[in-house]
Design a protein around this ligand. Structure first.
Ligand code: LMR
Length: 396
């Protein structure tokens, strides 16, 4: 029976990992998959994570299941991190958290939850968005539509976005990136978040906020501005959160689906549905990553150490952004790439065409997604000049 099954192309982002590994050029540079790298090009295990793991190793007494919603200590720590320690939403007991296998797992839970409980409602994704959003909602059978987000001249198309929001049918879901928009790096200002809130509220839309990069834009609290604004102002909000990047625990698959309802009663109803969705997908989430996160967040000294490590990662990315623009100066391209300083998070839409990206790979062993998305965190001060020269060559 398998003879009728066709081979499909692999995932465009994850495929870059293999292609990069195979490349024997000693000067190769990986600006592909979204992982943070330090000055030596490593994706380090954070010190706070190492200490938490040592503690867990000596104190863990069981490997039994943790339940479909995951570890309650993780749940309350992440709710405070995402919504704020003194959030009125937490005070009112209207937020439910389900620990998930990464942010991707949280998105799949959200998609299945929507399919099962909000029949006939479509999800509206930014154009462009993280390509896996498309696959996740397709796989769950949720109808998918799109709203403009980046203009042809590679700037944020906020007017196009809100114009489309005015046409979205009541009850449909809009997926927003909380911060560090993947793939573009263009984020909404506080004033723009206020406008988005006004439209969503007036038109009775349901926001699903993907929060995968908390701490990588302007800081843990600043990055949560839109999330907290919508959570505190609206009756219903869905949030998918990830600890992959800010704790650097990518392979531990640690995320959360947060469902905010009008009151505690409705929260308990949607929470019961989330448990069923998790049960049918994978039963219980993996425990280790969540245990690391709750160990860190529930210990003052470790938390302070971790906050410092997040700041360091963010500052490094922002300094790479500034230095990349400077490195383009000798080629007269500083102004053309000035926008890279304003973008936020790991990613930048560089404005390079797929053909230019191919040339960077073939002629210089520099890898990035064909959409022109570069992982700025993959740069290092040592390779800036090499990358700048290569980009100047392919854009001339
Ligand atoms: C990315 O966009 O590169 C990351 O979110 C990793 C992934 O799973 O695609």
């Amino acid at each position: 029976m398998f003879e009728q099954i066709e081979r499909v192309p692999g995932d465009a982002i994850l495929g870059l990992i293999d292609a990069f590994k195979k490349d024997t050029n000693p000067n190769k540079v990986d600006l592909g998959v979204g992982v943070y790298r330090d000055a030596s090009g490593n994706t380090p295990v954070l010190e706070s994570v190492k200490i938490a793991e040592e503690r867990l190793l000596s104190s863990e007494t069981t490997k039994s299941y943790i339940g479909s919603h995951g570890d309650p200590a993780y749940g309350s720590a992440v709710l405070s991190l995402v919504l704020g320690e003194t959030s009125p939403v937490l005070e009112a007991n209207r937020a439910s958290l389900t620990q998930s296998p990464g942010g991707t797992g949280a998105l799949r839970l959200a998609a299945d939850f929507i399919k099962a409980n909000l029949p006939g409602k479509a999800i509206w994704l930014s154009a462009p968005t993280w390509p896996n959003h498309l696959g996740i909602f397709d796989a769950a059978g949720v109808e998918r539509k799109s709203y403009p987000y980046v203009s042809a001249d590679n700037t944020l198309d906020f007017d196009g976005m809100v114009e489309t929001f005015e046409t979205i049918p009541e009850g449909d879901i809009v997926l927003l990136h909380a911060c560090c928009h993947n793939p573009s790096g263009f984020d909404l200002s506080k004033a723009q978040w206020q406008q988005v809130l006004e439209i969503i509220s007036r038109r009775n839309l349901l926001p699903l906020i993907d929060f995968a990069y908390q701490g990588f834009g302007d800081g843990l609290d600043d990055d949560a501005y839109g999330v907290r604004l919508l959570a505190e102002s609206l009756d219903e909000v869905i949030i998918t959160s990830s600890c992959s990047k800010n704790f650097g625990i990518y392979r531990e698959r640690t995320g959360a689906l947060i469902l905010i309802a009008k009151d505690q009663e409705q929260m308990e109803n949607v929470r019961s549905q989330a448990a069923i969705t998790a049960r049918e997908n994978y039963s219980n989430p993996p425990a280790h990553g969540g245990a690391i996160v709750s160990t860190i967040l529930n210990d003052n000294a470790l938390r302070v150490q971790w906050l410092g490590e997040v700041d360091e990662m963010r500052q490094r990315i922002n300094s790479l952004r500034r230095n990349f623009v400077k490195a383009m100066a000798p080629y007269g391209l500083e102004e053309r790439f000035r926008f890279i300083e304003q973008q936020r998070g790991m990613f930048s839409f560089t404005g390079l065409t797929p053909e230019q990206v191919d040339r960077l790979r073939d002629e210089f062993s520099i890898y990035m997604v064909r959409s022109g998305r570069a992982n700025v965190a993959g740069l290092s001060h040592d390779v800036l000049d090499y990358v700048a020269k290569a980009i100047a060559t392919v854009v001339k």
